[in-house]
Design a protein around this ligand. Structure first.
Ligand code: HEM
Length: 220
């Protein structure tokens, strides 16, 4: 059986410089597919379900089924958000690519899709209303100092939407959708944490309030 060399992922991108969705990038191939590139895909192999559905690892030990399901839900919301963010960044790249390579109408298509993905992320963060505070407290210690504030994709998105950035007018709708996500996130955090600090070491709600105000000032 021939063995294929898989690309090494660097910050979510292929070492070849290709994005995961580009044909040059083979980092998403499972070893079996890399060995048998001619195999027609099935639903499961095309979506890499074997990998995707085995990437959820609740950390809290010796907990009851309710706490385990709650932590699983918490992980899924974060993972799904990162997947949508990957799509948002891909579409923003395409929307702001040099004009020559962009067919007419495509900018709008990419921007509208990026906005739709951000709305889905807002709906997902709002679904955390179904994470009761006591169930959250039961696994929170297992998170250690891990925090959404460490999300690199969010940082990239924030940088893309920064005020001095080129294409500021073009990105107005996307920036508004991002601000909506921020406000929904703040509401969830206020409900679940109250006056408690964040796992990332900030004071929590007051820190996030300042971040939301800063975005409102920039994009109003
Ligand atoms: C139980 C639900 C959640 C709680 C209690 C929570 C709490 C917090 C807190 C307290 C912070 C401030 C930094 C810190 O000290 O940790 C923060 C920041 C952040 N969280 Fe969450 N979060 C939740 C869900 C999410 C979800 C689903 C995402 C999506 C990936 C997310 C992404 C972020 C991002 C990007 C920041 C940085 C915001 C900024 O600096 O402006 N969080 N979160």
């Amino acid at each position: 059986m021939p063995s294929a060399t898989l690309c090494v992922s660097v910050e979510g991108h292929c070492a070849t410089g290709a994005r995961p969705t580009e044909p040059e990038c083979r980092m998403s191939l499972s070893p079996s597919e890399a060995d048998w590139p001619g195999e027609p895909p099935t639903y499961a192999t095309y979506l890499h379900l074997d990998h995707l559905l085995s990437l959820q690892h609740p950390l809290a030990a010796d907990v009851d089924p309710r706490t385990r399901a709650a932590e699983h839900f918490f992980i899924i919301v974060h993972q799904a958000s990162e997947l949508w963010l990957q799509q948002v960044l891909l579409d923003l790249d395409a929307a702001t690519a040099p004009t020559a390579s962009t067919p007419p109408g495509a900018r709008h298509e990419h921007l509208a899709r990026a906005e739709a993905c951000l709305h889905l992320m807002t709906a997902q963060v709002e679904a955390l209303d179904h994470l009761p505070p006591d169930a959250f407290r039961a696994f929170r210690a297992a998170l250690g100092t891990a925090s959404g504030a460490q999300s690199q994709q969010f940082e990239h998105l924030r940088a893309r939407l920064a005020p001095a950035a080129e294409h500021a007018d073009l990105l107005r709708g996307v920036a508004a959708a991002f601000a909506r996500w921020q406000r929904s996130h703040l509401a969830v955090v206020a409900r679940l944490l109250g006056d408690d600090g964040g796992t990332g070491g900030t004071p929590g709600v007051t820190y996030l309030q300042r971040r939301v105000l800063a975005s409102d000032r920039v994009h109003s």
